[in-house]
Design a protein around this ligand. Structure first.
Ligand SMILES: Cc1cc2nc3c(=O)[nH]c(=O)nc-3n(C[C@H](O)[C@H](O)[C@H](O)COP(=O)(O)OP(=O)(O)OC[C@H]3O[C@@H](n4cnc5c(N)ncnc54)[C@H](O)[C@@H]3O)c2cc1C
Ligand code: SF4
Length: 326
């Protein structure tokens, strides 16, 4: 590891100005960033440690909903009563993420800003569209964990367990830089390779995630979440499906969001429309299974994700509608 300095700002403004000066990366708990530094994938002269900044840690609520400070540990989100009661799919996906040790350190802000896991991207010897070069090694190379949707320019998958669930709940990401605050709907926060292959999230230089709002009007009790992963003990999802039925208690307002199959969480309005067509019975579940792979462009090694999604959507929809697994 190349030696680096650590800056410890105590305000958002200081942190922002430090980054604007020399593009040093922010660090929350470092469970992603420090691994990249050890592997010489990110080689900073300085990192900006966010942990002394006040006001961006912990879970609060007001009439707009529940706010998660960016520095809140994943474990604390998963065990929070406010989250378990109002946004249970978020608690569930976080329980499924990583290991207890990592969840005890890693933050929710770091989770949604973590770098994708493409092995070419995380190897110092490869240059591609995502890190300033051109082309994509994975498309004709080792791609079994890569994207099956939206994979033409770059085939990474969005690695955060929380991301698709935040999109389903209509969460809002609050970011702040020296020019002030912005609120970005979670559905627009994650950047597609077509928009900009070098970016994962919609942050400009000097901006950091400060809080995440889970809107009060989207609290939902009818939910399903299913994911598959290679190792049960700990691993990133190979694919996940989040289903919210009658979101916020509004009849017919359903959400279906796929995770780990495309470079950004993939909301599927076509599947939501099928769900809105009537009772969740066997025929409707068959229609969802037939449709879920539509539009996929699997690569040489990841066609299995289409079949996987068919199983996962059935499971998530049955869970949401209170049916036993068929
Ligand atoms: C073995 C292992 C298994 C894992 N399995 C899973 C899994 O199944 N599902 C899953 O979702 N994740 C998984 N992870 C990833 C883990 O969840 C992330 O490493 C963690 O959430 C990152 O949080 P952190 O606080 O450590 O972020 P850091 O490592 O500190 O930061 C990560 C990135 O986010 C940026 N960043 C951090 N905070 C902010 C902020 N407030 N504003 C702007 N940028 C910020 C940093 O600059 C950095 O680029 C796994 C990790 C490991 C090591
Ligand atoms: S999937 Fe993206 S990050 Fe991986 S090699 Fe291709 S362009 Fe690079």
């Amino acid at each position: 590891m190349k030696p680096f300095q650590v800056a410890l700002p105590s305000t958002i403004d200081q942190a922002s100005k430090l980054q604007l000066k020399d593009a040093s990366p922010f660090m929350a708990a470092g469970t992603d960033l420090l691994v990249r530094i050890k592997d010489y994938v990110t080689v900073p002269d300085m990192i900006i440690d966010l942990k002394r900044i006040d006001g961006i840690n912990g879970i609060t609520s007001d009439d707009r909903g529940v706010w998660l400070g960016a520095l809140t540990r994943m474990h604390d989100v998963a065990v929070s009563e406010k989250i378990q009661q109002g946004y249970p799919a978020l608690a569930e996906t976080i329980r499924n993420a990583a290991t207890p040790q990592i969840r005890n350190m890693a933050t929710i802000g770091g989770n949604i800003c973590q770098q994708p896991r493409c092995w070419y991207l995380r190897h110092e010897g490869y240059s591609c569209a995502k890190n300033g070069g051109s082309g994509c090694w994975a498309r004709d190379g080792e791609n079994e964990f890569h994207a099956i949707f939206g994979n033409k320019v770059c085939a990474v998958v969005q690695p955060s367990n929380a991301a698709p669930v935040l999109v389903a709940y209509g969460a809002v990401i609050e970011v702040q830089g020296s020019d002030g605050k912005r609120e970005i709907p979670a559905g627009e926060f994650f950047v597609t390779p077509e928009q900009d292959p070098r970016k994962d999230v919609d942050l400009t230089s000097g901006e950091l995630v400060t809080r995440i709002l889970l809107p009060a009007e989207n609290r939902t009790t009818r939910w399903g979440y299913s994911e598959a992963r290679e190792k049960q003990s700990f691993d990133w999802a190979l694919a996940s499906v989040t289903v919210l039925l009658d979101r916020g208690g509004r009849a017919g307002e359903h959400r279906v969001v796929l995770g780990a199959v495309s470079p950004v969480p993939l909301r599927r309005k076509d599947l939501e429309k099928i769900l809105a067509g009537g009772a969740v019975d066997g025929d409707r579940i068959s229609s969802l299974k037939k449709k879920v792979g539509e539009g996929a462009t699997p690569l040489s090694g990841n066609g299995y994700k289409v079949q996987m999604l068919q199983g996962l959507i059935g499971k998530a929809v049955r869970q949401a509608s209170g049916q036993k697994e068929g």
